[in-house]
Design a protein around this ligand. Structure first.
Ligand code: FCA
Length: 328
């Protein structure tokens, strides 16, 4: 009796084990690592990827990678969870080669979102599929939106200064502020009236610190325009202009992203110097990059080397409409 039941349970165990093992082969786990896990843009990207996973039946592990060490631990962590690959917006694009080495050790597939890896020569790592904004074009939209609003307010370009918050270590940031600069110059902005505030990071506090001294050193200008790689940074500039004592009607800040940071600003009772932002669908960025990786893992089809997305100007007047159109 004892023997029979042992045998029976062994047989039963083997039967149960079979489907589990077969299923394990189909189980897909993908990581989604972001450089700024507290920013609405990245929360939304991770949410969208998680949602796609729920629809398609794969797991998404959301991780923070705020510096190189944290990214490498995140990859180790993913490996211990059996992940087949990950989407990443790296904290520093120059970490690309180190990140790829670690991922290759584990046989993981990698796609980048938003910020594209560069190699030791500073060139994009073209063999790692990427999805990101069309930085220069979106920058031009920013410049034109500022120029339109300057005209609407009847400002004389001679009396207008620009606070350009820059981040030249991040190629997409450089393209965005270059695009905005070119558009402004084409629209008659005075080159000598542009003042740089190099930020150390891509967030509001680093922009605020970079911007404050620029206002105090250039007190002669009546009107200011503000642009940067993203709206978080433009908001840092706007907060610095307020602290310096500039009224909202003398400031035109235009950002990029169209995330919760902009919605909160547009929802304030009184308008601020934050005039608008070029909104891009973070929902689409998160969903599409996860989809690309999933297709690669499950069907072996490597995604396109580079996908560039476009944007729509969002202001206090239309932000809810644009938000809904972009599925934000
Ligand atoms: C960069 C910026 C983010 C967002 C993203 C698309 O990573 O830091 O704010 O604009 O590109």
């Amino acid at each position: 009796m004892l023997r029979f039941s042992t045998l029976a349970s062994l047989t039963l165990g083997a039967c149960l084990a079979l489907p589990t093992a077969a299923q394990a082969q189909d189980d897909i786990t993908l990581g989604f690592i972001v450089k700024k896990p507290e920013q609405a843009w990245f929360i939304n990207e991770q949410d969208a990827a998680t949602q796609l996973g729920e629809e398609k039946g794969f797991d998404v592990v959301r991780l923070a990678g705020e510096d190189g060490q944290q990214v490498l631990s995140a990859i180790d962590n993913l490996n211990s969870q059996g992940a087949q690959g990950f989407v990443i917006c790296p904290p520093d694009v120059r970490l690309g080669p180190a990140i790829m080495r670690r991922a290759e050790q584990y046989g993981m597939k990698v796609v980048t979102v938003d910020d594209r890896f560069v190699n030791a020569d500073g060139e994009p790592m073209k063999d790692v599929p990427h999805l990101g904004m069309s930085g220069y074009k979106i920058g031009q939209q920013v410049g034109n939106a500022i120029a339109d609003e300057m005209e609407a307010r009847g400002w004389n370009p001679e009396e207008v200064a620009a606070l350009r918050i820059t981040n030249y270590e991040l190629p997409t940031a450089e393209k965005r502020t270059d695009g905005a600069t070119e558009a402004l110059l084409e629209r008659g902005f005075h080159k000598d009236n542009i003042f740089d505030a190099p930020q150390e990071n891509t967030d509001t506090s680093s922009a605020f610190s970079a911007a404050s001294p620029v206002f105090s050193k250039n007190g002669d200008y009546e009107h200011w325009v503000i642009f940067a790689l993203n709206e978080e940074s433009v908001l840092g500039g706007v907060r610095a202009s307020e602290q310096y004592g500039l009224p909202a009607e003398d400031v035109i800040g235009v950002g990029i992203n169209g995330s919760g940071a902009a919605f909160a600003e547009f929802s304030r009772e009184e308008p601020t110097g934050f005039h608008g932002t070029v909104a891009v669908s973070s929902t689409m960025h998160g969903r599409q990059s996860a989809q690309n990786l999933y297709t690669w893992v499950t069907e072996g089809e490597k995604p396109k080397a580079n996908t560039e997305t476009s944007g729509t100007l969002m202001t206090r007047d239309n932000w809810e409409e644009v938000r809904d159109e972009l599925g934000l």
